[in-house]
Design a protein around this ligand. Structure first.
Ligand code: FMN
Length: 182
């Protein structure tokens, strides 16, 4: 399975890190990191974005010559995690001025699996309208809302719940969280 992960400059890059670590060696992994995300990776995780190089092919967000930039190059799923409101808006409006947005445009036009993990609070009507538009186009809108029925003990449990639910959507078996009544 070929999977693309886009990381944008919203809070919550810890979710991207966990997802990428889980996908490593299970899929053909391709990663795009926006300029804003590079700063937030440093700020929130205290690591350099180059850390992600060892998990797959890392592409520059301006690299429209990358194989990912063409619909002729197949991938099975694309996850933008976390997805900033700027990138959400660009995707909803087909404004493909970065590789992250271009790949989402391809996912939509080619009817491939597109999972967006938007991070903002509260949402304004522009954000909500963009999400509704994309949901109607077939994207899966998956804000990283924690659940508490699995009785999380720490932050890691909360992260694992969100990432486990994304892996479920990709059809990748995992035991990252305790399922209801299991
Ligand atoms: C520390 C920090 C946290 C941010 N968190 C968010 C956020 O949670 N959601 C959001 O939409 N934007 C957030 N932003 C603003 C985005 O980084 C900014 O809009 C940026 O232009 C997004 O660019 P990108 O989508 O190309 O990554 C944050 C910025 C900083 C510096």
């Amino acid at each position: 399975m070929k999977v693309v992960v886009g990381i944008t400059g919203a809070s919550g890059v810890v979710y991207s890190k966990k997802l990428i670590e889980e996908l490593y060696k299970k899929v053909d992994l391709n990663i795009i990191i926006s300029e804003a995300a590079k700063d937030i990776i440093k700020e929130e995780l205290n690591i350099d974005y180059n850390y992600f190089k060892k998990f797959g092919s890392l592409y520059d967000n301006k690299d429209f010559f990358s194989p990912l930039a063409s619909g002729s190059n197949k991938f099975d799923a694309y996850i933008v995690i976390p997805c900033s409101m700027k990138t959400l808006s660009a995707i909803a409006n087909g404004y493909s001025s970065s590789l992250i947005v271009r790949v989402a445009d391809i996912a939509l036009k080619e009817r491939r699996k597109l999972i967006l993990v938007p991070r903002e609070m509260p949402f304004n009507s522009i954000h909500l309208e963009n999400m509704l538009k994309l949901s109607n186009l077939g994207a899966i809108i998956m804000p990283p809302c924690p659940a508490f029925y699995h009785k999380p003990k720490d932050i890691e449990d909360i992260i694992n719940f969100v990432v486990g639910r994304i892996l479920d959507l990709l059809g990748i078996k995992n035991n990252l969280y305790r399922r209801w009544r299991c």
